[in-house]
Design a protein around this ligand. Sequence first.
Ligand code: KG4
Ligand code: ZN
Length: 381
Amino acid sequence: MKILGIETSCDETSASVVENGQLLLSNVVASSMDLHAVYGGVVPEIAARSHIEHMMPVVEKALSEAFYPENRNLELGTRSNINSQLLITNSELDPWDQIDAIAVTQGPGLGGSLLAGVLTARTLAIAKKKPLYAVNHVSAHPFATFLTLQGPSLQEYVLPPQAPEFPMLALIVSGGHSQIVLFQSPLVYELLGQTRDDAIGEAFDKVAKILGLPYPGGPSVGKMAEKGDPFKYQLPKAKLDKPYEFSFSGLKTAVLRLAQAEIGEDYGFPSVQLSERLSEAQKADISASFQRIAVETVVEKTLLAYHEHSPASVVVAGGVAANPELRRQLAEALPIMPIYTDMKLCTDNGAMIATLAYHMAKGGVDPADPYTLDIKPNFPM
Ligand code: KG4
Ligand code: ZN
């Protein structure tokens, strides 16, 4: 079963083809991140417009690459500049004949962004007469680790040697989500806990902004932290009554207060002027101290869940899975090695959507109605 997965919940326009929830045939991602960088965060209107520009070229490229791997090197165009070499005109070789279903992110995410993907998927499902699966983005993240084989054109992907076993404990950490989930099977899961306020990646992004480091903040704070002392400052770790819940907004505010105090100013000092007054050494120590606490928070909760539920596997998904300090602390704390996938599949992508949709189809979930499917910006897990 070959599924075309479409993902547009935030700033990445992605389409991928996955066979039987395991073989990655193509994964095309067009990010509008550089357009948002000047604003220090994702601007929803810019993201939505960028999806509209890139959606069809990305779908065309994903289909083309999946069935004609030699097309991988062709450049991606935009709506007004579709690369005509990618368009497959010979109807005998129509890649749509090989696609069994379409899957799309229904939510959660930015309304305008989700609309671009859902409307595209609905239109294609009707025009190409394919079943349409509506997928929860957060539930799908861990399924990127189920891709264990790659098609002929994707040799640079580093995939896990085997798929995770159930029960599977998933730590989902990104710019939009911080969740700990126990999966008994692909479709049966329990959300053990999630963030009450900011996601961990969002906290990295906001701390980067305070310190004047480039967006996205995760990699830049991580890099700065390498040069700093993680024990220089004592920052607070949120204590919540529910053991698996996260909160990162207090930590982010504590970083702001610390930065103001370090330069001898009070709480009224504007955060946008902080970075020019902080030395490189102060920025490095603040980055390292923040990163240690943020990472310890998620590692402690993952460890607690591991000991309470004794899962057969632990997977880490989402953009923050790239963080070396997180990987170091998890490897040290957990009795089993957590499973990660290639970075290109940790961040948002259509392949995870197609993979979960495969399990939905196998598990008897009814396809959505392509004439009425609506977006769910607040879709809970
Ligand atoms: O999964 P993702 O691409 O998009 C969302 O669904 O949010 O995650 C992006 C987030 C950003 O907040 C980014 O700062 C963070 O992941 N991130 C990192 C690292 N690389 C990306 N955070 C910490 N360390 C990193 N190396
Ligand atoms: Zn995501």
